[in-house]
Design a protein around this ligand. Structure first.
Ligand SMILES: CC(C)(COP(=O)(O)OP(=O)(O)OC[C@H]1O[C@@H](n2cnc3c(N)ncnc32)[C@H](O)[C@@H]1OP(=O)(O)O)[C@@H](O)C(=O)NCCC(=O)NCCS
Length: 178
């Protein structure tokens, strides 16, 4: 079974109950907004998310749960749209409860996933997108070595305002040097 061990957390496969827990636990941070609002949480939707993960897993996506060392699931992180010809993909991550954010867990999860993508899957480039107003995600990506490559101006309508979407990327050599 796939398990990537960090200091305080580990990454492992998500089972159906983990998806349900994450879906129920997710708290939206209005100070650091993301594009997806997850309006209308329900067990059916969580089950649908689990089924969708299975369809894509190991093919174009690798999605793993973020677990505290005591076994409780706190978030998920995914390599997405894996392009094996051009050796690149994007990465996305979420920690469900506000109380588990800004504790360094996201940073550990990002690093474990980058290691897996660059060293095991042989990728050369990993990209990430976030909103201009999501300072937490920007700090997290920059601290991990991602470089800001672009800004899609007024790309996302959210909370009655237009926002820029920021495009970040990290290359294998940059990851290896960090
Ligand atoms: C973005 C997210 C994944 C980061 O994970 P995290 O565990 O909270 O972040 P970490 O604790 O590893 O912090 C990494 C760095 O970012 C900074 N940071 C994290 N959240 C922050 C916030 N809300 N405001 C300012 N800085 C923040 C931390 O201070 C840390 O830098 P430091 O060590 O120099 O202090 C997490 O906050 C989250 O799930 N947010 C909601 C979903 C989301 O925004 N996903 C990303 C979409 S692109």
């Amino acid at each position: 079974m796939l398990k990537l061990q960090g200091n305080d957390i580990y990454l492992a496969l998500l089972e159906r109950d983990h998806c349900k827990a994450l879906w129920n636990d997710f708290e939206y941070d209005f100070d650091n907004p993301t594009e997806e609002l997850n309006i209308g949480h329900s067990d059916e939707k969580a089950a649908g998310w689990f089924d969708e993960i299975q369809k894509l897993q190991g093919d174009v996506n690798v999605r793993l749960g973020i677990f505290l060392n005591n076994g409780s699931v706190i978030g998920d992180v995914a390599l997405q749209n894996i392009d094996r010809v051009n050796r690149k993909c994007s990465i996305g991550m979420g920690i469900a409860k506000l109380e588990n954010r800004s504790k360094g867990y996201g940073q550990q999860a990002l690093k474990l996933m980058l290691h897996y993508g660059f060293q095991y899957l042989g990728l050369e480039r990993i990209t990430a997108n976030t909103l201009d107003v999501n300072i937490g995600a920007q700090r997290s990506l920059e601290k991990c070595g991602f470089a800001l490559e672009g800004r899609e101006r007024k790309s996302v309508y959210l909370n009655a305002e237009m926002h820029d979407r920021l495009n970040y990327a990290i290359l294998k050599e940059e990851y290896l040097m960090s």
